[in-house]
Design a protein around this ligand. Structure first.
Ligand SMILES: [Zn+2]
Length: 402
């Protein structure tokens, strides 16, 4: 983890509102130091310096994250979520070294007016209040173009790019994609675990592929310049999306099913199809997802087993990282939202140890220091590291963000 960016001046989320009067007050998890720092890298002084240099000098982009901080007491989670004011973790981000981050907001937990979630009005509310908060400070800027990412790099700020894990909130209205683009959404999934009007999610018994409406939505996303993500889509839906899209498609946060056999991981066929069309897979690190037979206790080492496998399968130019972390108890979030997120169907019933957190990839503040540190410790070149922490993603965005 880096020292705080000098560009960060201490702003905390929604500080323009009065707790108790305008919003309910919650006690939030610590953004820094909630868990002990990762001790597994064992870098020499020279390697530490190289890691810090790469993290500060390169354009570092996370393909998938949730940059909010969650309540310390996860028993308050539903109450907190119903308020629809998830706080961006500015302090934590100031230690991350990120140039740009795809933030997926409330997403599968977007339950402001409905316990089932994914309602269009709720998603707009979430996007709107998060933007109002961003507008009250200068350190985290709204990222909508490549120029915004470049500006963040040059000025030592962070470009915050809105993304949605699924297109479920558009229902049968393709024009809602234009509205969401207008709000700043620049990346969107097809379906989450459950099927929707576009296609099938990864938990369904059968996968009918991309629907005719899904075709129209993919075409509209191509025209608007919304990057497409098939991380949570069923296999056939993912393949057909990649085939029908005129632009490369991302798998922003997943792993390889050949390494760990659950629905949440992608089969070789999907990873190869994504790469063949110029796309990129970002490696996932949410608790109990990207495990491996060599590292069945989930840590950065298990995630890197998926990284090595994917690099062997499709080449390093098609691999990146979307660690999918947040500030707070991610395992507690999974427990509280097990039904909404279809956790048991996604994670399957493959024997593994349970952990309280993923050591080395626990939150957005530490992810990329530890990823780069791991790559440095394993003798990857500067060019290779530059590609997997941001370069590959930029190449796809140059094609997609019209
Ligand atoms: Zn996800």
């Amino acid at each position: 983890m880096l020292d705080p960016s000098p560009q960060y001046t201490g702003y905390t989320a929604y500080e323009f509102l009065e707790p108790g009067t305008d919003i309910k007050e919650f006690r939030y998890a610590r953004q820094i130091g909630r868990v002990p720092p990762y001790a597994g890298l064992e870098l020499s002084t020279e390697q530490q310096q190289r890691t810090t240099r790469l993290l500060t000098e390169e354009t570092v982009i996370s393909l998938h994250e949730h940059v909010q901080v969650f309540p310390e007491d996860m028993g308050q989670l539903r109450d907190h979520i119903r308020q629809g004011r998830e706080p961006t973790a500015y302090e934590g981000l100031s230690r991350s070294g990120l140039t740009a981050v795809f933030d997926n907001g409330m997403d599968g937990t977007c339950c402001i007016s409905s316990d089932a979630g994914w309602k269009y009005q709720d998603v707009l509310f979430d996007l709107g209040v998060r933007m109002a908060d961003l507008a009250h400070q200068q350190y985290v800027i709204k990222g909508e173009t490549l120029a915004d990412i470049e500006h963040a790099k040059q000025s030592g700020k962070i470009a915050h790019i809105f993304a949605l894990e699924a297109a479920t909130p558009i229902e049968n209205e393709v024009d809602r994609l234009d509205v969401l683009y207008g709000f700043g959404v620049r990346q969107m999934g097809i379906a989450y675990s459950e099927a929707n009007t576009l296609g099938s999610g990864l938990k369904e018994r059968g996968d009918g592929g991309l629907t005719y409406f899904g075709d129209r939505a993919v075409q509209r996303m191509n025209k608007l310049g919304i990057a497409i993500d098939v991380s949570h889509s069923g296999d056939r839906t993912a393949l057909e999306t990649i085939e029908r899209s005129t632009k490369p498609v991302f798998i922003t946060h997943a792993g390889a099913r050949s390494v760990w056999p659950t629905n949440r991981m992608k089969p070789d066929e999907v990873i190869k199809a994504c790469a063949d069309r110029g796309g990129v897979i970002g490696l996932e690190a949410a608790p109990h997802t990207t495990l491996s037979p060599d590292h069945p206790r989930h840590t950065i080492e298990s995630v890197m087993d998926h990284f090595v496998y994917c690099v062997d399968l499709v080449g390093i130019e098609h691999v990146s990282f979307g660690p999918d972390t947040l500030f707070g108890d991610h395992v507690g979030l999974h427990t509280a939202f097990a039904g909404n997120l279809s956790i048991s169907q996604a994670h399957g019933h493959v024997d593994h140890e349970t952990v309280e957190y993923v050591d080395g990839l626990e939150n957005p503040a530490e992810c990329f220091y530890n990823i780069i540190g791991w790559l440095v410790a394993h003798d990857y070149s500067d060019d290779e590291i530059r590609a997997v922490v941001g370069g590959n993603t930029l190449r796809v965005l140059e094609e997609v963000w019209v």
